[in-house]
Ligand binder design. Structure first.
Ligand code: FES
Length: 568
């Protein structure tokens, strides 16, 4: 047991380690029992995770019952709606801090309590790099809220209603009244956004107790699952089953397949690439296209469809959804229980065929993520064709360029803005380095003049991300970003841009010599972040581009769990 390096023996050092941890603990707590850290992202400033102390108590009961010692370990928590300039800036910091604390402490195994968007990815990155036995416990989605008899989606309905106010079809006082109805209960956002996606993807990776992801946060069965997860963590240590043995290439194939079948968030791309990078799994951007293309969307969940996460749970959850594509799953991929994922998928039953569609009647026949390349995105960009307007998937239009999101906000409502329905909106300065942190701003609202003319979608191109619940013909994650010297920095108004999703091409119709002779936009460069100190400085100097997961260069890979030196 790793913790024996701290607690075993009769010398002064072991005495000190035990003495400070006793505080009523029995002698047996230090005699070979697995020390299980409950990495807890509960925080009043992460409202989606605020209930996790209760889950942690159930985990702790399970750990005690199975013969381990539970240890609550508060870790960096990120509230997606609260943290500025974007929670993504802090994902790598949260992962680094968690990894170091997992390694520095007398810990044999981990339970990872995450929910809000970045919390599960950061914990998985940390667990992968320290490679201690670990299991994820997702905090679960909130229950469905309603306003004036109508179901509210906690993400997209905010945008929908604010657009209705803008268009004059919803009085402002009703918009404000809906505010207290939006978040009905504890838990994370209830559409198929990033939090829901990453919980389900963690299960598809094999890192949760199967059947746990998607259990609504207030459901008492989540407490039972928490208890069982605590028991499982002890068993994981005894079996020496580590993240590197669970999250294999086969597991990532299943995760990408699941991502397509559930119509999950594009944000999963950067998170899965970053997690794979920690493990040395050779996952590439192109794998998302290769594995996910042609996979049918089998759940009818918002934003693509009608229902929300508690409906998915009622209908049978992820396992029942994966039952529809079981032949595409890699049977070699195992889970934290030691048994293959397909063993749990095989007996799963879909109880509501409106929520979980039969494969022969999918919500969409092809739900994968397309990877685009060309002289505008030499290292790749992505688009979710299922979220796009089919007629725009092949499109040629004139660029209307914005140097920053502030530039966009200042001008997009200007009646004199030279834009038409065929234009291509280009937004730069929103990549990992430029913003910094790669915010979710890529799904730009349409200029008011066009909205008034009935235009509902346009081609948009950006080096940032978009919310997992966003929709539209949006090309994202353009790499390299403008601030890293990507060609996006050299696009000018009225350049012609050609998007050809079936051919996987994104082309700036400017001759190579002309493009090379152009100077990068000085106005864009003036807006790039250039902090003198602190995390932002470290981040900008070391962050990698989106096509490899936007991790920090010196955090890629694993250092294991060994610490050579004593603290005194
Ligand atoms: Fe936390 Fe949406 S704000 S999941």
């Amino acid at each position: 047991m790793r913790s024996a390096d701290w607690y075993a023996g009769r010398d002064r050092n072991a005495y000190i380690h035990r003495a400070w941890m006793r505080r009523g603990a029995p002698d047996s707590a230090f005699e070979g029992r697995p020390q299980i850290a409950i990495a807890n992202t509960a925080s009043d400033l992460t409202p989606c995770n605020a209930h996790m102390d209760e889950l942690a108590r159930s985990v702790a009961n399970g750990v005690w019952e199975a013969g381990g010692v539970p240890l609550n370990l508060p870790v960096v928590s990120l509230g997606e709606t609260q943290v500025r300039p974007t929670a993504m800036l802090w994902r790598n910091m949260a992962a680094m801090a968690a990894e170091e604390m997992f390694r520095a402490n007398p810990i044999d195994g981990l339970v990872l309590l995450g929910g809000c968007d970045k919390t599960i990815p950061s914990l998985l990155m940390a667990a992968a790099s320290v490679d201690l036995p670990a299991v994820v416990l997702p905090g679960g989605p909130m229950l469905t809220g309603t306003f004036q008899g109508r179901v509210l989606n906690s993400a997209t309905d905010v945008w929908r209603m604010s657009e209705d106010v803008r268009a004059g079809t919803m009085p402002e006082h009703l918009f404000l009244e809906s505010e207290s109805c939006l978040v009905r209960s504890r838990g994370h956002c209830n559409a198929m956004g990033t939090a829901s996606t990453m919980a389900l993807v963690a299960e598809a990776l094999g890192m949760t107790l199967p059947g746990t992801a998607g259990l609504p946060a207030p459901d008492s069965r989540l407490l039972r699952a928490s208890h069982e997860t605590g028991r499982l963590a002890v068993a994981l240590v005894e079996a020496d089953r580590r993240p590197s043995t669970v999250m294999t290439e086969a597991s990532f194939r299943n995760a990408i397949l699941a991502l397509a079948a559930i119509g999950g968030s594009t944000n999963a791309v950067v998170h899965l690439l970053a997690i794979a990078g920690r493990l040395g799994v050779p996952l590439t951007l192109d794998d998302f296209d290769r594995i996910g293309s042609g996979v049918p969307l089998v759940v009818d969940l918002q934003p693509a469809g009608r229902f929300l996460m508690d409906d998915l749970h009622r209908a049978g959850g992820l396992l029942a959804a994966l039952r529809e594509v079981i032949d595409l799953l890699d049977p070699a991929a195992t889970t934290v229980t030691g048994r293959p994922l397909v063993e749990y998928v095989e007996p799963a039953i879909a109880w509501d065929r409106e929520v979980i569609r039969q494969r022969v009647e999918p919500l969409q026949p092809d739900a994968g993520i397309a990877v685009l390349r060309g002289n505008l995105a030499p290292d790749g960009a992505i688009i979710k064709p299922a979220a796009a307007t089919p007629s725009l998937l092949r499109h040629r239009g004139r660029a209307v360029v914005f140097d920053s999101i502030e530039d966009f906000h200042a001008r997009f409502d200007d009646p004199d803005l030279d834009v038409d329905a065929g234009s291509v909106l280009v937004l730069r300065g929103c990549g990992p380095k430029g913003y910094p942190g790669m915010p979710e701003v890529s799904n730009l609202p349409l200029p008011t003049t066009l909205l008034e003319r009935g235009v509902r979608d346009m081609v948009r191109i950006c080096d940032g991300r978009m919310s997992g619940t966003a929709y539209g013909t949006v090309v994202l994650h353009v790499a390299p970003e403008a601030a890293a010297g990507g060609p996006l920095a050299r696009v000018e108004n009225d350049d012609w841009i050609e998007l050809d999703v079936p051919a996987r091409r994104l082309t700036l119709d400017v001759p190579a010599d002309v493009l090379a002779a152009r100077m990068p936009s000085a106005a864009a460069a003036a807006g790039y972040a250039n902090p003198a100190r602190g995390w932002e400085r470290l981040y900008i100097d070391h962050v990698l581009q989106a096509d490899t997961g936007a991790d920090l260069d010196f955090l890629v890979g694993s250092s294991g769990s060994h610490v050579a030196r004593e603290s005194h």
